[in-house]
Design a protein around this ligand. Structure first.
Ligand code: NAP
Ligand code: GCO
Length: 261
């Protein structure tokens, strides 16, 4: 395989969950720029429409579908509809996710369960739905969007850390169970990235902003652009012998004790 062909996604179909905006939109855009045909879903008609308009504005002919990733029947239909419209899904990016920042001793169990359902059970549901066709095709790429919280904890994010820690191990187990079918499953672990999900932490004067800048060697928040190259790499044949790995795209946070005050 010559370069840069190894990074080409020409002829590939990619499903990116929860990709109307944020990290999912950036990852889908990157895969499209590398040649992939994009399908994405959202649970909200309004956001889906906005996402379709944003892809069109970016020159990307993405297909959008309404589906709740926690609903197995809806996901099975989503995958069947995409396979009918576009063909076998070659690349799955399990991106959809939520966070609830609540002190654990104050957290209602239904909130804990909702985070686990969306951030851990849903990646299982969606991966389970696409793997049979990948097995038949003899190839596939699954990319699970993990987190710093796949490795670290902090106050108020117990459910999210439990889910993302579990997602790291689900990634490794899918890699283990399906590597023989030429299916590679890896994770991307973004650091702290400027998206709607982290907007509350970046509010003017919020202490977390200075905290994260001090914990990041580059002294800045990540942007969704920082995640594009890693996603193309893990979605392409350039990573065919990379399996069960979580690629942390964190600017060095996990390696750094933090800037001395
Ligand atoms: P975001 O801006 O909150 O977007 C999350 C997306 O997931 C939205 O499009 C949302 O759809 C969708 N979603 C939520 N629940 C869903 C469900 N049940 N079914 C279908 N779609 C659903 O989040 P983000 O910052 O882009 O993060 C994307 C992923 O990266 C998440 O897994 C997050 O945990 C992870 N991550 C984020 C950061 C960061 O710093 N931002 C860092 C590490 C990892 P709606 O618009 O309809 O709600
Ligand atoms: C938080 C943040 C983080 C980021 C991301 C870091 O409250 O700590 O939301 O969890 O979303 O997961 O990698």
């Amino acid at each position: 395989m010559t370069y840069p062909n190894a990074f080409s996604l020409e002829g590939k179909v990619a499903l990116v969950t929860g990709a109307s905006y944020g990290i999912g939109f950036a990852l889908a855009s990157a895969l499209a720029e590398a040649g992939a045909t994009i399908a994405f879903n959202d649970i909200n008609e309004e956001f889906l429409a906005k996402g379709l308009a944003a892809y069109k504005a970016a020159g990307i002919d993405a297909r959008g579908y309404i589906a709740d990733v926690t609903d197995e029947a809806a996901v099975q239909k989503l995958v069947a509809d995409i396979e009918k419209d576009l063909g076998t899904i070659d690349i799955l990016v399990n991106n959809a996710g939520i966070i609830k920042r609540i002190p654990m001793h104050e957290m209602d169990v239904k909130d804990f369960r909702q985070v686990i359902d969306i951030d851990l059970t849903a990646p299982f549901i969606v991966a389970k739905a696409v793997i049979p066709s990948m097995m038949k095709k003899g190839s596939g790429k699954i990319i699970n969007i993990c987190s710093m919280m796949s490795e670290l904890g902090r106050e108020t994010v117990s459910a999210y850390a439990a889910a993302k820690g579990g997602l790291k191990m689900l990634t490794r187990n899918i890699a283990s169970e399906y590597g023989a079918f030429n299916i590679q499953c890896n994770g991307i672990g973004p650091g702290y990235v400027e998206t709607p999900q982290t907007a509350p932490l970046r509010a003017p004067g919020h202490p977390f902003d200075a905290f994260i800048r001090a914990k990041t060697p580059a002294g800045r928040w990540g942007t969704t652009d920082d995640l594009k190259g890693p996603a193309v790499f893990l979605a392409s044949s350039a990573s065919n012998f990379v399996n069960g790995h979580v690629l942390y795209v964190d600017g060095g946070i996990l390696a750094y004790i933090g800037k001395q005050p």
